[in-house]
Ligand binder design. Structure first.
Ligand code: PEP
Ligand code: MG
Length: 881
């Protein structure tokens, strides 16, 4: 006997369970599990993901599958008490996709399979005529679109004109004779466009539907969705064939979606929507605006269903220990559950849900930590819009996905892509979104639609992406040619700036200013748990007192890199360093250095006092000197005036310092070898600050002085000697001295460097640049080509190249620790906070990672995941490019 390819599920016989997601897909596994625990689910069977793989490998369904499907249909018929194709009492089925990872709306589904000119009469007798022909209309539309690949609008246009002619709002209000006419028109469309009649053979309908749903795994939008969400192409989808239950049977029927907690805020309160007398796709399409599920709506209209639905929500959430997103249908007062899955939610909501569930003792702290994906924290940590400022609100809609976004108006994916390529942020404005818009939605900063409810496609997808969305904006009319939209009295053109507030539903004119976000109490709680678990220190790269303030706010355990040159870049300071660089005489140089020393000292004083008892690594001047000089005619003139020098003087200095490859030239510690007085001044500023703080304020700090761009032991010896000499002037000050490892030669001679350094800090930005021979100042322009060719998996300046740069790091750690076992080693390059790279650093035995302040919580969370998973995390796979 061959492998089992089909799994049955019903209250009385069930082959699967929740653990079988890889085989049955998420929907199939959960349908089986719900049957196992007594939830009312219409019976059905699942063609497993293996069938999808076979379908793609052989370009056809397996030979024996048809016979197998027939056998399972016979069991289903027995369960349902009616027969597929029976002209008097027909069984209808749904054919739904069901991938392993949820891909909302991306794959296809066909409802009401089994209807033809004969069975529709049987269905009408069994129930009512309007319902039967309504279902037939829906079936022809879906089948023609999904299986026959005819454009949905061909059918929509007929429906729209029927609605107009009969002056009614929706399909439900059309009478039977109009529906019959529409069905004729639909069939004509099919004939005109395919040269064939709409298939009346129900077995052909079923098989073609199954094949089409498997094929939808490779449709364009599904492929894009998988690329965006990093889902493997090889997984394939399962297909579920299930007895139809009808939400469009009568006014005691409905269809709906409910989340067991609020997916926008995380509040512990069910949150959902339903539509009376409708089928599932009516809600998701966004075409109709559904009713919220609450005491006053469903509670009054269908009190028993309402009560049962809440009991089921509670049962499923407790069972899965996870917030659930549940699809249901009510058929003539009887509740059926069609799907349950873990609910997509905003990052804020997720954090609140996790903390609440731990407090409710539903999950443990460790499980809670693992339920927060570090990649989702970004949106919580970056500057937010200042909504308190003066603003002009021009419209309001449903706050479908929270957050605030500003950008320039675009009306389609094509224009969104064009604008984003030019470096603009965009707001995508649509009547409603459909899965075709997935690429545009992915690159837009926010989405606004004229139609659709809180569970429409736009709402569900944007919440999953963590970006703001407003649906059903009152009075929003989009120009047919997509040149502008009108909202109330205001006309907004394409490319005009607007802001949308997904927390309140407000549409605001123009771009709002930004401020730092307030972190929620729940966020702080999770970070406390994370601190208890993780095994590596997470420090911040911060250069000014303001940066240090932000780093503290985000929980940095110290400063791993203070780039002193950034202290010079402020507009009121740059002239001091310019004065130093163009000084002709010793006197002028000494004078400029004295002023710089004062300025650095005052910054160090502030920074050191803010980080008492914490590590502080101060890196001495690194960039080439020409970076501080003006680079065009106008600014040369300005600087000449300011410093009282001739334009010629400044220009000739600029020329003299210019280099073809400044990143590989006279920079880093080489400047100190040529002009020792600069590093001496910086060392003095550091040590005298330590001295003053101890003597004046009784504050004891021990900064780490870090030397950049070292390539030789001798460089380090000379600079260490300078430090020792300066330290003699400050009785008993404490400091340590170390080097960056950011050039291949430094990594290779790490044993020699370790004899003079108390610590190493990997500068993986420069180490990547110099190991790979790729410029860090240009984007990797051929990245896409390299990814497609399978040469690079990631941008090496984002995800560490473990195979090459990582190997050099290994050599440096081994050699460094061999010569100096107590050597402290960390990393301060941008890779320090990359979720995919952190696992490598931890396993390499580094003591800290240091990254920009905004990324500290992300790095901490990844480190906690790795600690909980013994060195592994799904966010930290090693890569090979
Ligand atoms: C590095 O090279 O990784 C580093 C941290 O130094 P910078 O980015 O300042 O060159
Ligand atoms: Mg560097």
């Amino acid at each position: 006997m061959g492998k089992k390819l089909i799994y049955y599920f019903s209250q009385s016989k069930c082959d699967g369970n929740a653990e079988m997601k890889n085989l049955l897909g998420s929907k199939g596994a959960n349908l089986a599990e719900m049957c196992n625990i007594g939830i009312p689910v219409p019976s059905g069977f699942t063609l497993c993901t293996q069938v999808c793989k076979m379908y793609y490998n052989n370009d056809k369904l397996p030979d024996n599958l048809c016979g197998e499907i027939k056998n399972f249909m016979a069991i289903l018929e027995e369960d349902a008490g009616c027969k597929f194709g029976d002209p008097n009492h027909p069984l209808l089925v749904s054919v739904r996709s069901g991938s392993i990872d949820s891909m909302p709306g991306m794959l296809d589904t066909i409802l009401n399979v089994g209807l033809n000119d004969e069975t529709v009469i049987g269905l009408a007798k069994k129930s009512n005529e309007r319902f039967a022909y309504d279902s037939y209309c829906r079936f022809i539309t879906m089948y023609s679109n999904v299986v026959l690949q005819l454009n949905h609008y061909l059918f929509q246009d007929i429906l729209d004109s029927a609605r107009c002619k009969n002056n009614v709002e929706s399909l439900v209000d059309l009478d039977v004779s109009t529906l019959k006419q529409i069905i004729n028109d639909f069939k004509n469309i099919v004939y005109e466009n395919t040269g064939k009649h709409f298939p009346q053979n129900i077995n052909e309908q079923l098989l073609s539907s199954i094949t089409a749903v498997f094929s939808s795994w490779k449709n364009e939008r599904a492929v894009s969705y998988r690329r965006i969400h990093n889902i493997s192409e090889d997984l394939g989808t399962a297909v579920n064939i299930q007895t139809m239950v009808f939400g469009n049977l009568n006014n005691n029927s409905a269809t709906g979606v409910i989340f067991t907690r609020n997916p926008s805020t995380g509040e512990k309160k069910c949150f959902g929507e339903f539509l009376l007398n409708a089928q599932g796709e009516d809600i998701v399409s966004g075409f109709y605006t559904p009713l919220p599920i609450n005491n006053n709506t469903m509670g009054k209209l269908m009190p028993e269903v309402y009560e049962e639905l809440y009991i089921i929500c509670k049962k499923l959430e407790e069972y899965y220990k996870e917030m659930q997103d549940i699809e249901f249908t009510v058929q003539d007062g009887k509740l059926w559950i069609l799907q349950t899955r873990s609910g997509k939610r905003t990052p804020e909501a997720n954090i609140r849900i996790v903390v609440d569930m731990v407090n409710e003792k539903m999950i443990t702290k460790n499980n809670g930590i693992l339920k927060v994906d570090p990649n989702t924290l970004n949106s919580l940590l970056h500057p937010i819009f200042d909504i308190q400022c003066d603003k002009q609100v021009i419209g309001v809609g449903l706050p479908a996905s929270p957050g605030i976004a500003s950008g320039y108006v675009v009306f389609n994916t094509y224009n969104a892509e064009k604008a984003v390529k030019q470096g603009k942020q965009v707001i995508l404005v649509r009547s409603e979104t459909s899965p075709e818009d997935i690429n545009g939605m992915n690159i837009a900063s926010g989405i606004m639609t004229a139609r659709g409810g809180m569970t429409s496609h736009a709402a569900v997808v944007t919440r999953g992406m963590g970006k703001p969305c407003i649906c059903s904006v009152n009075g929003l009319h989009i120009d047919k040619n997509e040149g502008f939209f009108v909202l109330g009295e205001v006309k907004i053109n394409k490319d005009d700036p607007i802001t949308i507030n997904g927390n309140t539903g407000e549409v605001i004119l123009g771009i709002l200013p930004t401020i730092l976000p307030e972190l929620s109490q729940e966020f702080e709680t999770i970070m406390q748990w994370v601190d208890e678990i993780k095994t590596i220190k997470v420090l911040a790269n911060a250069d000014t007192p303001k940066d240090v303030e932000i780093a503290k706010k985000f929980g940095a355990e110290g400063i791993g890199l203070c780039r002193t040159e950034h202290m010079f870049f402020a507009h009121d300071r740059i002239n001091l360093i310019q004065k130093l660089i163009i000084a002709d005489s010793q006197d002028e140089r000494v004078n400029a250095l004295e002023e710089l020393e004062k300025m650095q000292k005052s910054d160090f004083k502030e920074i050191f006092s803010m980080m008492v008892d914490k590590e502080i690594t101060v890196r001495l001047l690194d960039p080439p000197l020409h970076e501080f000089l003006p680079n065009n005619k106008q600014s040369i003139k300005k600087v000449a005036n300011l410093l009282g020098r001739s334009i010629e003087d400044i220009r000739s200095k600029v020329e003299q310092l210019s280099e073809q490859n400044p990143m590989l030239g006279h920079r880093g510690c080489r400047i100190a070898i040529s002009y020792p007085e600069i590093y001496r001044m910086q060392i003095r500023a550091i040590l005298s600050t330590v001295y003053d703080l101890r003597n004046e304020k009784n504050i004891v700090v021990k900064p780490e002085i870090m030397i950049p761009f070292v390539i030789s032991e001798k460089e380090l010896i000379l600079i260490c000697e300078m430090a020792r000499e300066e330290a003699r002037n400050f009785n008993n000050v404490q400091y340590s001295i170390g080097t960056m490892i950011e050039l291949p030669r430094a990594a290779l001679i790490a044993d020699k460097l370790a004899k003079h350094a108390e610590f190493f800090s990997f500068g993986t930005n420069d180490l990547t640049q110099t190991t790979m021979g790729l410029s860090r100042d240009d984007s990797v322009s051929f990245l896409d080509t390299y990814k497609q060719a399978g040469i690079f998996e990631n941008d090496p300046f984002v995800v560490l190249d473990v195979e090459g740069v990582g190997e050099l790091m290994k050599i440096a750690v081994t050699k460094g620790r061999k010569s100096c076992p107590e050597l402290k080693i960390g990393i301060c390059g941008e890779h320090g906070a990359d979720p995919k790279s952190i696992g490598f650093f931890i396993n390499l035995g580094l003591q800290y990672v240091s990254c920009s302040a905004y990324r500290v919580p992300i790095a901490k969370l990844v480190a906690a995941h790795i600690a909980l998973n013994q060195g592994h995390s799904k966010f930290s796979e090693l890569t090979t490019n």
